[in-house]
Design a protein around this ligand. Structure first.
Ligand code: ZN
Ligand code: ZN
Ligand code: FE
Length: 750
């Protein structure tokens, strides 16, 4: 006889781990008990030596798909002569250390039951089990048990109770367990707050209203969506007006894979991701067929599939794809409460489909963008958060990294794990700043972390920098500031678990970030070594005429670039974009440029791309972040390999020859756009050759350009470099906090 204690740490709670262990132990007639603890799962098992061994041998194949194991320990313990095998209640003792699980899309088994007329959960919008359903969005505190979730307000009916306690049932200890008798339900309201219908009737009425072109606010399981039929031009225009969102693309939800394939180019791998438990929005090539108001000037489209039973039930009743965009007011956080929805979203939506299950944490949909080889994480939230990024070394200190101003996320370090928060959006107004503060408080409490160190950007005007400064003062802890592009590159290294003991070349191409010299950087080649970095090559700087204004009005950057090259002779150039200026405006901007009035210097590749987009007449404005670059990307021609000339003067990349050649080039627009981006990839390779460091890491917002990042990676690989790109952490500012936290590990870690 032998007795063992099995301890498993990682993402193991809420995925049916204990029932799975139970089934295996039962089949071998072992005795003992299995429990969730704040550490993970612990099992004490007893039986004949050979059957214990068989248990351990078979264990790997019994680990549920959704579980992610960080550590597994087996130790021999004295025999206790246990009589039976059971799953016991959690040992909720000290500080919670287990990682809460991300929300999981409806599984196949639940889907089958959902549409099975003989099942007691037939058409029930809150069906879930141990391998699917809400998790992180409904957890109030750890450990993950029903009474610690938003489901605690619904007491189980006898039937649910039986399933919940039956060890063989697939809903054994499924915390979101519910049924039409005892669980939450749907209600449909008009935008005056009058109740129209409920239950299945509410789904059918909503479908009918959508068909007629109504805008519906839908409370999902993780937050609100605004829905409107995607194939009706007037409805789309109306939603744009009401949401004050002029051109930013809308994501589209399709009822199933077949319908999706009619509108978007997807391969097997795309379908695997779309139907995964994470169920993100994928940005893929569009096949057309939907009004251009969906994504003006772009040839790709954000697509996803119904990932909760509510979405499935609704989409099944309509024969058109549906826009499902974040339910918020422009610039404000995602809404998750009924009262707030009735107050705010009723200004946009005609109807609201609500339910009575509270959402503890609102999570946006995650977004991935297709590239030749894999996907670029664009926005990390539902389905991925809060899965930690594992790092090789632990930091003895509690770390809070507050991230950037735009596409904000923050990060905390919990032992050897870096936990990146959900996407919180731009922190430009009071509402979103409050939301950021609340979210930090939430994470610190949930994970039981008290920061001993706070890390921020260098930018003096970022809300996050100022917040970190105050936070450090109030708590008497150190405040470290990490340069923006250094943080970008560190975020790449974080997900590859690389510490720059050997040198690493970082290519950080970005919008703008505050540099150590007080100018705005964004076209940087950084050499990382140990705990420091050096800026070695950089793009030639130019002025952003009017500062922030030049980020929106990209013609200002184009003009500034022309002034740099042609000085006052730029007035003689006849270009489509300058036609949009009045003569006196150009004169005024020239004076601004000459005197450097409110026109900071920048070496940003992102802005350079904007200027080319304007010079080529593709886009004159960024009505949303990345618009000009995305419209340029839409023109790219895979087959075109030409490049424009450029110069590297000392350690500065001079783009002037690129611009002059581009203006003289009489080729097709697509050829010019492609040659320009080819040139950028050529520059990346030439500088890497000059620097001669084997490892090259790519990051920064510009690296959301699939074509560019594919081409840079391809060329660098061919030249013999090891290339590190993003797979989990966004290359845009959503990854800054991860880089900041990694810096703390680098300088404080062991
Ligand atoms: Zn399920
Ligand atoms: Zn029930
Ligand atoms: Fe950035």
């Amino acid at each position: 006889m032998r007795a063992i204690r099995l301890q498993i740490r990682g993402l193991v709670q809420g995925v049916g781990f204990r029932p799975s262990l139970y089934r295996l132990a039962k089949s071998l007639d072992l005795k003992g008990h299995i429990a969730n603890t704040s550490e993970g799962v612990v099992a004490t098992l007893e039986g004949p030596e050979e059957r214990i061994e068989e248990f351990l041998r078979n264990l790997p194949s019994f680990i549920p798909n959704q579980a992610k194991i960080h550590a597994l320990e087996v130790e021999d313990i004295p025999l206790q002569n246990l009589r039976d095998l059971k799953i016991i209640k959690s040992e909720g003792n000290e500080k919670p250390r287990v990682d809460p699980l991300p929300d999981l899309a409806t599984c196949r088994d639940c889907e089958r039951e959902l549409f099975d007329p003989t099942n007691r959960r037939f058409l029930y919008p809150f069906i879930a089990c141990t391998s699917c359903g809400p998790r992180f969005s409904m957890i109030l505190r750890l450990p993950y048990e029903r009474e610690n979730t938003a489901m605690s307000i619904f007491s189980l009916c006898p039937e649910c109770e039986r399933e919940y306690h039956q060890q063989e049932d697939r809903r054994f200890h499924a915390e979101p367990i519910a049924c039409p008798k005892c669980g939450p339900g749907l209600e449909l309201f008009d935008n005056f707050g009058n109740k129209i219908s409920e239950g299945q009737e509410a789904i059918l009425t909503t479908a009918k209203l959508l068909k007629e072109g109504a805008i519906v606010a839908l409370k999902g399981l993780t937050g609100f969506h605004l829905l409107v039929r995607a194939d009706m031009r007037d409805a789309l225009i109306r939603l744009r007006e009401k949401k004050r969102r002029s051109r930013k693309p809308f994501a589209v939800m399709f009822r199933d894979e077949i319908q999706l394939m009619g509108f978007a180019e997807v391969d097997e791998e795309d379908l695997r991701i779309l139907t995964s438990a994470e169920a993100p929005i994928l940005i893929v090539k569009s096949k057309g067929g939907l009004p251009q108001e969906l994504a003006e000037g772009l040839n790709y489209i954000g697509v996803f599939l119904p990932y909760t039973p509510i979405h499935r039930l609704l989409l099944r009743e309509v024969d058109f794809p549906v826009v499902a965009t974040s339910g918020n007011l422009a610039g404000e956080p995602l809404i998750s409460e009924n009262s707030e929805a009735l107050q705010k979203l009723s200004k946009i939506a005609d109807y609201l489909l609500l339910h009575n299950r509270p959402i503890v944490r609102a999570l946006d949909d995650s977004v991935l963008k297709r590239r030749k080889n894999g996907y670029i994480p664009v926005r990390r939230a539902r389905g991925y958060v809060p899965s930690p990024i594992l790092v090789k070394r632990a930091c003895g200190k509690g770390v809070l990294a507050v991230g950037a101003q735009e596409r904000n996320t923050f990060a905390i370090v919990v032992n050897d794990r870096l936990v990146l928060s959900q996407h919180l959006g731009d922190l430009d107004n009071f509402e979103s700043q409050k939301n950021f503060e609340r979210a930090i408080e939430d994470y610190l409490k949930l994970y039981g972390v008290s920061p001993e160190l706070v890390v921020s950007d260098l930018h003096p005007d970022y809300f996050t920098t100022k917040w970190a400064k105050t936070f450090a003062e109030l708590n008497s802890i150190p405040h470290i500031q990490v340069q923006h592009h250094y943080a970008h590159i560190l975020s790449t290294l974080a997900e590859h678990e690389i510490f720059p003991e050997e040198k690493v070349l970082g290519i950080a191409w970005d919008g703008t970030g505050f540099g150590t010299d007080g100018t705005l950087w964004g076209g940087e080649f950084l050499l990382l070594h140990g705990k420091t970095f050096e800026r070695i090559y950089s793009f030639k700087r130019f002025r952003l005429l009017g500062g922030e204004k030049a980020i929106k009005d990209t013609r200002r950057v184009a003009l500034s670039i022309l002034f740099e090259i042609y000085n006052d002779k730029a007035f003689g150039l006849v270009l489509p974009f300058s036609m949009k200026f009045r003569e006196e405006e150009i004169v005024l901007l020239f004076q601004m440029w000459q005197k450097g009035l409110n026109s900071p210097f920048s070496s940003s590749v992102g802005r350079l791309i904007d200027s080319v987009s304007a010079l080529l007449g593709v886009s004159y404005e960024n009505s949303y972040s990345g618009e000009s670059a995305m419209k340029l990307e839409a023109l790219l021609d895979e087959g075109e390999l030409g490049v424009y000339p450029y110069e590297i003067e000392g350690f500065t990349i001079n783009w002037a020859p690129i611009i002059t050649s581009l203006l003289e080039d009489r080729s097709d627009l697509r050829v010019k756009a492609t040659k320009f981006l080819n040139t950028l990839s050529e520059i990346a390779v030439e500088v890497a050759m000059r620097v001669g460091v084997a490892k090259v890491a790519l990051s920064g917002g510009v690296m959301m350009n699939s074509f560019l990042v594919d081409r840079i990676e391809e060329r660098l690989r061919k030249a013999g470099f090891e290339v590190l790109t993003h797979r989990k952490i966004p290359p845009n500012d959503g990854g800054i906090s991860a880089g900041q936290a990694y810096f703390a590990l680098l300088s404080e870690g062991k």
